[in-house]
Every structure is written in structure tokens, then in C-alpha cells.
Design a protein around this ligand. Structure first.
Ligand code: GLA
Length: 724
């Protein structure tokens, strides 16, 4: 049960597994005392003395004491020499802010964040602490939510200019977390197009380390996530602390080690290229950041994230609903199709039991390649003479639902839209525009652009009767400027863009509550918790090679759940790597997320087409366990040649085990996988072999996984608990 206990000047948020404790100091500075395993009580004095104070009463005005005080929302400039959570230009041009505790309120549940995605729930408690600067009147409202059912704390800050003069915000982090030691490894996820989210782990050292993006999106290159793990922390043992930002734009995730080996985490909107003018009475709401803590290693941390997102962030309509097995036309046809070809692919897919056919890029304007027509969302009559309506009707008549691709935030220079509204693109007047994938980004901070996007998408969905939309976004910012903003607000554009995107998402998801939207950004380039508030699944990567996908999905699972990962079985040789992998392995790996196909089924042999029928049935039958069960990573593709994982249903009666070998090895013993998450008292039958084992022996001795010869061999086992 979540609860917030106030004892004198101490605030203690806790549930069954974690505690978070803050404390008001004698001069009303707000100190951070503890985040970790649940405690019954804690005397803050030893923690604060260990931070280096000789006298815990004199942090503010003696000996630059704030430099040693662990704080909740620190600011550089009045003694604290470290990077702070808040940066501001006061009316007098100085940057100091003196935040003193003013009041605190607790409430049941959790208020929404204006204009921003955030976790929600009934079974949680929220503490709001107001800090105020007596000199300028600036106020900061810190919000903390503790949930009943997962080891997570959600945090955000609202900055209010309650003074008489305008100020400029230069940075406002969503969270700062001061930790008393630095004996941690930092883990972040980095990558590139087709190689998203590789985990990197290194010990913290004095100074700054972390990841960030300034490209306008959470990006292919970095993820708005970091974890701290003790050097001895392993996959299922040891302390792990994770932090993630519920945001889709520029971010900074930084861990800094300072004197006395203290560590400060900062997570929020990147403060480079950011400024926000606050007139008297104005406020600024930061995005939300969440913290999770586990003593069950990185696996426990990931499961805490998965539980949090599934229980408190993903759209309620979709989170546990059946996700149709889809076939996407991109790798099947690219830009080369007409109505009959699409219908014939859909008919073939329908025979295999596929439930949804998605027409990808190439259906509008005169888009025969990627150089043109973004923004002109009128059907290309050369390819689809009967329009979207007739195509949608024919696809549905074939026995599958219809889905469609759009890239609504973009405009091609070669488009009617750009010719009519050149000022709708992000640009700096007087400077030549820079294209990426031959396109510009629409300025989503503008109300007229938002209206245009909502209209274009709504019309497309209505005309086609689509049940599914793939919302793509394929370039990052350059020439960052908006013709709608005055000079002193230009640096607000990156955040205003994301607010505009969220506003559009809000309008569309309200208007089309039953539309399944899958996010995409050149693959997983904006696959973050902010987007997952609106879209229940995201195309994990343009790389569909089974072995590469083992790595990408493994890394992604550090903080995002299988139910959010779009994952498709594609043709061989693979279009991204040229590798040939067995059909069974491509199937087993694609089952690691929302399963679908990315190929032309007509090109498969008859035997393969028959196999597809079995695959679709299996995917549907095991969906709940694969997507929503507890995930345990058993072998890491970054540590060796094998990747293995198991997902276990909440009642521990069903599990799906996957093991994939990279390169074939001669004379190699088959993996003996020690399973996890099973009930040791239950017996489990392996459906594929018909053999029964005790849960205990499967977990503590292991399940033998004999692999066929050849590269990329795999096994897929389904475990069913025997009736007592
Ligand atoms: C991006 C997406 C792909 C596909 C193409 C279409 O690259 O990631 O899945 O939709 O655009 O142009």
C-alpha cells in the first residue's frame, strides 16, 4: 500500500518495496535523505552528517554548506557549486535562487500534468512541496507520487513566477537526486539507425557522465533513461536504480560525482538550446521523470519499469487489448505497388490468419520514392484509382482489417503544402534550409500546423476506415527557428514542438478512441515513455534481422515492456544485413514483441505459407504471456553467443522460453537454461516435447535447449503448469 507519512520535518513516501525520504532543514532548505528499499523509519541525522556537514543546522549561510547538502531541487549560485536542477536569469540579470520550504500537501491519487503525458492512477499517493525564493518570489512546486503496486516514484516540478518582474528560465530539470556515494556503475542505452539501444555499463568517476540529445526527438542515438547498478549487481541480484523521462524531445540524463564521493543525478529537458520566458504569473511545467529501485538486479529494475508503464502510463484502451497480428507492406513492396497488388498481398496474408494489413509509405501525392509529396495527403490515383475507400473496402473484404502509414509532422520541399506555406516548416529566415531524407520538419509549435495535421490525419482515417495508423517521423531538427515566435522566444521552439505534438496526439486519440496507433521514427528513434502515453506500441527498429533484433529488443527491454515493441518477421536475405536466418528463429525473435510480418507472403513457398498459419495461431494463443508476463532475461547477446529470455504469466501457469544462438559452434553442448519466475512447487509440461519437469528443477538445474546445426538456430518452448 502506498502511503506518505509526515513526522515533524520529515516526509516519508513508501509502499511495500521502496521508501523515499525528504527532510526540511532548520533554515528551510529541502534535503534529500533516502531512496531505496522500504524502511520502517530513518533518523536523517547520520545521513546528513555523512554528507560532510559539521553542523546540520547551518547548511545555508555557513561555509557554503549547500555544497554538501543532499537536496531535492538544488540550484547553483548560493553556495552549491554543483550543477543544479534550476537555471534562471532573474530580472536583475543574476542567476541565484534561494529555494526555501514553504508548505507541503498530500493527496490521494495523482493530478494530471497540463499538456504533458504522465503516469496516472487511483492507487497512489502524491506529495506536493512548495519552495519559494523570498527575494524574487519565484516558486517551485515539486510533485512526488508513490504507487501501490510498483517500486517507482514519479516526480516533476512546476516553476511559477510569483514575482513582479519577468524572468527567463534557462533550465528546469524534472528531477535531481543526490546519493551519498558513488560506488555505482552507470548504464545507458545508445545506438544509431538500425542499431538502437545497446546497453553501455561503466563505473562512475568524478565529474560528469551521461547521455543527452539535442536533435528534437528522444532519438535513435540515446534513450531518456539511465540506471545505476552496484559493481556486483547482476541480472537478478543486487541493487539497481533506474530513472526515465516521460518525454519525447531533447533531454539530458547526467550522473555527476562530486567531493566526498557524492553522486547527483539530473534528468530533464536539455538546458542547451533551451530558454523559456516567464512573465509575472506564468508557470512552466517540467515533464515527469520516474525513479525505480530494485534489489533484484537489472531484471528487477526492468520489471518495475514494465509494471509501472503498463499499470500507469500506456493507453487504457489498448494496454491489455488484443494487438492484431499485422502484415506491413514496406519490405514487401516499398513504393512499388498498385491497388491489385496490395489486395493480393492482403488476401494471401488473410489465408495465413493475419488480422490486419498495413499499407506503408507511397500511397499519396506522387510519391514513388522518398524525395516528394510529404504533406500532400491526397491519394495517388495512379496507384489507387478507387481512392482509399475502395482499397480499404477491398482489403476488409479479403478478411483483414486495414491500416495506413503517415508521416504527419513532415513536409517535402516538392509538395503543394510547402509551396503554399513555406513558413510552416522549421527554418531560420535568411538561411538556406537543410533537408534530411529530402524533407523539412513542420513547425508543430504553431496552432495552424497542429490543425492541419489533425485534419489531414482525421480525413485519412475516415476516408479509409483504417483501424490502425503507423505514425512515422523520419528526420531530426536543423535550422531551429519558428516564424511564429518572437526573437526572445525562439529557444522555446524545441519544447513547444513537443507540446504541439502531444496536443495533436491528445486530439486524435480522443477523436478516434478505437484507432490503434503504432509510433515509428526511422525505427525506434522516438521510442520513449512520453510517446507510449498516446501509442501503445512503437516500431522498435527498421532492422528486422533476427540476430540484430535479439540485441535491440534485449537493450530496449531494460526499460520498455515487450507489449510496446513492434516486432516483425521479415524475408531472407534480410534487407538490412543480407543475412539468411531460419524461419523458426525469425518467428521466435519477432514473438518478443507485438508480432507481425514485414514481407510479401506470396513469395514464400507453399510449405512456408502453411507454417505461417501455425505461427499466427501460436502468436495469438500466447499473446498475454509474451507481452504482459514478467520478463526475465536469461542470456545476454552482449555477453556471449546466445540470447535467451522467458516471460511468465502473472499466475505462473504459462511461460514462453526463447533461446537463440548466434554463430553455429562445432561440438558445442546445448544451453542448459536456468529458468526464472516459475512456481517451484508446480510441474510444467513443455508442450513442444511433451516432457514434464518441476518448476524447481527448471529454475535451479535448468532446461536443456538442443539447437539445430547452422547459424542463428533457436528453440521456442511453451511451458504449461500441470493441474494439481
Ligand atoms: C521509415 C520507417 C519504415 C518505413 C519507411 C517508409 O524508415 O521506419 O518502417 O515506414 O519510413 O518510408
Amino acid at each position: 500500500m502506498a502511503e506518505i507519512i509526515r513526522q515533524g520535518n520529515l516526509f516519508h513516501l513508501r509502499n511495500g518495496c521502496i521508501s523515499y525520504i525528504l527532510c526540511v532543514m532548520p533554515e528551510n532548505a529541502l534535503a534529500h535523505v533516502y531512496f531505496g528499499r522500504r524502511l520502517n523509519r530513518l533518523d536523517p541525522d547520520p545521513v546528513l552528517r555523512a554528507a560532510g556537514s559539521r553542523d546540520t543546522g547551518s547548511f545555508i549561510h555557513q561555509e557554503c554548506g549547500l555544497d554538501r547538502l543532499p537536496q531535492e531541487y538544488p540550484v547553483y549560485g548560493l553556495g552549491d557549486q554543483r550543477d543544479g536542477a534550476l537555471k534562471i536569469d532573474n530580472a536583475d540579470g543574476t542567476g541565484a535562487v534561494d529555494l526555501r520550504f514553504e508548505r507541503a500537501e498530500t493527496r490521494h491519487g495523482k493530478p494530471a500534468l497540463a499538456g504533458l503525458p504522465a503516469t496516472f492512477g487511483e492507487t497512489c499517493e502524491t506529495l506536493t512541496v512548495t519552495l519559494a525564493d523570498p527575494c524574487t518570489g519565484l516558486r517551485v512546486e515539486l510533485s512526488y507520487t508513490v504507487f501501490d503496486d510498483c517500486g517507482a516514484i514519479a516526480r516533476s516540478a512546476r516553476i511559477v513566477n510569483a514575482g513582479a518582474a519577468a524572468v527567463t528560465l534557462r533550465g528546469a530539470m524534472s528531477l535531481a537526486l543526490d546519493l551519498p556515494d558513488s560506488a555505482w556503475d552507470l548504464i545507458t542505452l545508445s545506438g544509431a539507425w538500425a542499431r538502437e539501444r545497446t546497453p553501455y555499463r561503466r563505473p562512475l568517476v568524478p565529474g560528469h557522465q551521461g547521455v543527452s540529445t539535442r536533435c528534437g526527438a528522444s532519438s535513435l542515438q540515446q534513450s531518456p533513461f539511465l540506471a545505476l547498478a552496484r559493481p556486483e549487481t547482476a541480472e537478478e541480484q543486487g541493487e539497481a536504480l533506474g530513472a526515465a523521462l516521460v518525454y519525447s524531445g531533447n533531454f539530458l540524463a547526467q550522473a555527476s560525482v562530486y567531493q566526498n564521493d557524492s553522486t547527483r543525478l539530473l534528468l530533464g529537458i536539455h538546458d542547451a538550446d533551451f530558454a523559456w520566458r516567464l512573465e509575472p504569473g506564468d508557470s512552466f511545467q517540467t515533464p515527469e521523470a520516474v525513479l525505480v529501485y530494485s534489489t533484484e538486479g537489472l531484471g528487477g529494475m526492468s520489471r518495475a519499469f514494465h509494471r509501472l508503464w503498463e499499470g500507469h502510463l500506456l493507453p487504457r484502451r489498448w494496454v491489455n487489448a488484443h494487438r492484431p497480428v499485422l502484415l506491413n507492406s514496406w519490405e514487401a513492396a516499398y513504393f512499388d505497388f498498385d491497388e491489385d497488388k496490395l489486395v493480393s498481398i492482403a488476401e494471401c496474408a488473410a489465408r495465413a490468419g493475419v488480422e490486419l494489413f498495413v499499407m506503408d509509405d507511397g500511397w499519396f501525392g506522387h510519391r514513388d520514392d522518398d524525395t516528394t509529396s510529404l504533406g500532400d495527403w491526397d491519394v495517388d490515383r495512379k496507384k489507387l484509382p478507387g481512392g482509399l475507400k475502395r482499397l480499404g473496402d477491398r482489403i476488409r473484404a479479403a478478411g483483414v482489417q486495414f491500416g495506413i502509414w503517415m508521416e504527419p509532422e513532415m513536409v517535402s520541399p516538392d509538395s503543394e503544402l510547402f509551396r503554399a506555406h513555406p513558413d510552416w516548416a522549421i527554418h531560420i529566415p535568411g538561411r538556406e534550409g537543410i533537408t534530411a531524407r529530402h524533407q523539412f520538419t513542420l513547425d508543430m509549435s504553431r496552432g495552424d500546423v497542429q490543425d492541419f495535421v489533425v485534419d489531414a490525419v482525421s480525413r485519412t482515417i475516415r476516408d479509409s476506415g483504417a483501424a490502425y495508423l503507423k505514425w512515422d517521423m523520419n528526420r531530426n531538427f536543423s535550422n531551429v527557428g519558428s516564424s511564429a515566435l518572437p526573437p526572445d522566444r525562439q529557444k522555446e521552439l524545441p519544447h513547444r514542438y513537443i507540446l504541439g505534438l502531444y496536443a495533436v496526439m491528445e486530439r486524435l486519440t480522443r477523436a478516434f478512441p478505437d484507432l490503434l496507433i503504432e509510433g515509428c521514427a526511422s525505427g525506434g528513434g522516438r521510442f520513449d515513455p512520453g510517446m507510449l502515453y498516446y501509442v501503445p506500441q512503437f516500431w522498435c527498429s527498421d532492422n528486422t534481422d533476427a540476430l540484430c533484433r535479439c540485441r535491440i529488443q534485449y537493450g530496449t527491454s531494460l526499460f520498455l515492456p515487450p507489449s510496446a515493441m513492434g516486432s516483425h518477421l521479415s524475408a531472407v536475405p534480410n534487407h538490412q544485413t543480407g543475412r539468411v536466418t531460419p524461419l523458426d528463429t525469425r518467428f521466435a525473435v519477432a514473438l518478443g514483441g507485438c508480432f507481425g510480418y514485414e514481407l510479401d507472403p506470396r513469395k514464400l513457398t507453399e510449405e512456408e505459407q502453411e507454417q505461417l498459419q501455425g505461427q499466427v495461431q501460436y502468436a495469438i494463443r500466447t499473446e498475454a504471456t509474451r507481452l504482459h508476463g514478467s520478463l526475465y532475461r536469461l542470456r545476454s547477446p552482449f555477453a556471449g553467443n546466445d540470447t535467451a529470455w522467458i516471460t511468465v504469466s502473472p499466475d505462473q501457469t504459462e511461460a514462453v522460453v526463447t533461446c537463440v544462438r548466434g554463430q553455429a559452434l562445432a561440438n558445442a553442448a546445448p544451453p542448459l537454461l536456468k529458468l526464472r519466475g516459475l512456481d517451484p512447487r508446480k510441474d510444467y509440461r513443455v508442450l513442444e516435447t511433451g516432457k514434464t519437469y518441476g518448476g524447481e528443477e527448471l529454475m535451479y538445474s535448468g532446461l536443456l535447449c538442443p539447437l539445430a546445426q547452422g547459424d542463428a538456430a533457436s528453440v521456442l518452448y511453451t511451458l504449461k503448469a500441470e493441474e494439481d
